[in-house]
Write a protein that binds this ligand. Structure first.
Ligand code: HEC
Length: 156
């Protein structure tokens, strides 16, 4: 009985385990993480350019809908850089920058860059709620400045 069990184990179970090991869960989830964060960036690109196109339309409802998509994508993007997910165009400094306790004003870490980006999107949403066109123009401009400044620092 024990021998039969061993034979079964060696012929069926072990090869399956070895095969399963080749596509490790770790690799798969890294790939998923990287693909998801690039997809989030594509969502950010497309929703922000759609907002830009209709910024003066006074179609506040549609701008709000797109801002919601942009906001959710930015929030999700922020959580897609766990330790060990260094890959592709994401700069190593995402994982190595630390807060500078001597200079609290200085925005230095990736977390701070993403949070500033999120705050600026919140301002767009607020301006839309207030139907304040001037504030909308200004807040969109500030939000859009994040793209270049973050890429310069954190995208290789
Ligand atoms: C807080 C930092 C940050 C902000 C803000 C930011 N990005 Fe990115 N972006 C990145 C990083 C990091 C990558 C590389 C991601 C990767 O490869 O894992 C990236 C990648 C991209 C890509 C390439 C995605 C792909 O499929 O390869 C596009 C397009 C993009 N960003 C557009 C934008 C636009 C448009 C904005 C502003 C509306 C923006 N980003 C704001 C950090 C940022």
């Amino acid at each position: 009985m024990a021998i039969i069990f061993k034979i079964l184990l060696l012929t069926f179970v072990l090869p399956t385990l070895i095969f399963a090991h080749q596509v490790t869960l770790e690799d798969k989830s890294l790939e998923e993480i990287v693909n998801t964060r690039m997809a989030k960036m594509q969502e950010i690109k497309s929703s922000s350019s759609k907002i830009h196109k209709i910024i003066s339309s006074e179609n506040f409802e549609e701008i709000q809908r797109l801002s919601e998509i942009l906001l959710n994508a930015a929030i999700q993007f922020k959580g897609l850089f766990p330790e060990g997910s260094q890959y592709g165009k994401a700069s190593e400094s995402i994982w190595t920058t630390v807060d500078d306790p001597d200079n609290i004003e200085k925005i230095d870490t990736f977390a701070e860059y993403t949070q500033k980006f999120i705050n600026d999107i919140e301002m767009i949403k607020l301006s839309v709620e207030l139907e304040d066109q001037e504030m909308l123009n200004d807040s969109f401009k500030s939000m859009a400045e994040n793209c270049g400044s973050c890429h310069k620092k954190f995208k290789g």
